[in-house]
Design a protein around this ligand. Structure first.
Ligand SMILES: *Cc1c(COP(=O)(O)O)cnc(C)c1O
Length: 337
């Protein structure tokens, strides 16, 4: 990832939030040449620092007022989108006699965080009044909330607003941060606007996938992470429940297709630990049929091997499932290599 980006003049901020800032993963990212370790949670950044990861660290979520001081202590740069945050950062920096970089987020249509392009003047003015807060660049986020895909047009708008900000500040910005994994497609097609010189990449590095384009990234590996749990029951049971039907444990009214008696297995994991929709069994002929908080039900009728009590079954994960598994304190994280 790093060399592909480097070949086009782009540096990579490795994004660790999908794996809750696991220090070993952050370390690998830095050793591979990522210029930043970026995470949305200060707790994750703190964990990595305590484990000896050098950084530099970038706080990816625009900060809460109450975490500004911590952000200045723990990170070298923060994404911002409000004058209020910039002012509080400056005040904190003054008190600590410490400089702190900011990347101004620009909303180019996905409607998550970011200033609207017409607001650049106000932000520019605020940044000009800062002595310790250092504007490093502009960034944008697409493909997250609104599902808007990066395009030469919307990333081009980021670049334009960045140049407007440069005009207001009177100097060049270091970073034009053109998005995340979803922007790699533009890079591959040679359509990423030329001034973009940084990407913040999580999913591609961690899983070799790009969920926004619903595809795997062919030149990366997908077998990077595996979820495992043991089988605690195997039984042939009817596929439709018996009795009056209310809502399930999560308030949803489940719908059933009666497929007759089928062999099923329960593994010791549930919605507290995984996102069942994002769990892909590695064993052929096995499918996920549902989950409660602590039980995950599998149809193993057509499994190509015998599934027995006590066996550990393994699964690949999508981003949402990895995030759930990484966040669950019940899931043990083991680095294999
Ligand atoms: C999560 C996040 C990223 C990384 O996204 P991926 O899709 O995992 O590459 C980049 N920037 C921001 C602001 C984020 O919140």
């Amino acid at each position: 990832m790093v060399s592909r980006c480097k070949a086009r003049g782009i540096s990579v901020a490795g994004v660790t939030k999908g794996i809750c800032g696991h220090p070993s993963v952050a370390q690998v990212m830095l050793e591979a040449g990522c210029k930043w370790v970026a995470d949305s949670r200060l707790k994750n950044i703190q964990l990595m620092r305590e484990a000896g990861v050098k950084g530099p660290f970038m706080l990816l979520r625009i900060p809460m007022a109450c975490e500004i001081d911590c952000a200045v202590d723990l990170a070298s740069a923060t994404l911002v989108s409000t004058v209020e945050a910039i002012e509080l950062l400056e005040r904190s920096c003054v008190a600590k006699r410490k400089s702190h970089g900011v990347i101004v987020m620009i909303d180019v249509g996905d409607l998550r965080e970011g200033i609207l392009p017409c607001e650049v003047e106000g932000i520019g003015k605020s940044l000009k009044g800062c002595r310790w807060v250092t504007p490093l660049g502009v960034g944008t986020n697409v493909g997250c909330y609104g599902g808007v895909l990066p395009s030469p047009d919307n990333i081009g708008e980021l670049v334009q607003v960045g140049h407007d900000l440069e005009g207001l500040l009177g100097y060049k910005l270091e970073f034009f941060s053109g998005g995340s994994t979803s922007s790699l497609r533009l890079l591959e097609k040679g359509e990423l606007p030329e001034d973009v010189n940084q990407l913040r990449i999580g999913e591609a590095i961690l899983l070799g996938r790009d969920v926004t384009h619903r595809q795997v990234i062919p030149y990366l590996r997908q077998d990077t992470m595996m979820f495992e749990a043991q089988v605690i029951e195997v039984r042939s049971k009817p596929s439709a429940p018996k009795g009056e039907l209310g809502a399930d444990a999560f308030g949803n009214a489940p719908k059933w297709v009666d497929r007759g008696v089928r062999k099923r297995a329960i593994i010791a994991a549930g919605r507290q630990d995984v996102r069942p929709e994002g769990l892909f069994p590695t064993g052929k002929g096995i499918s996920v049929i549902g989950a409660s908080s602590d039980h995950l039900l599998l149809d193993v009728e057509e499994a190509t091997f015998s599934v027995r009590w006590g066996d550990a079954l393994s699964f690949y994960m999508d981003y949402g499932c990895m995030l759930a598994a990484a966040t669950s304190q019940y899931v043990e994280k083991v680095i294999v290599q």
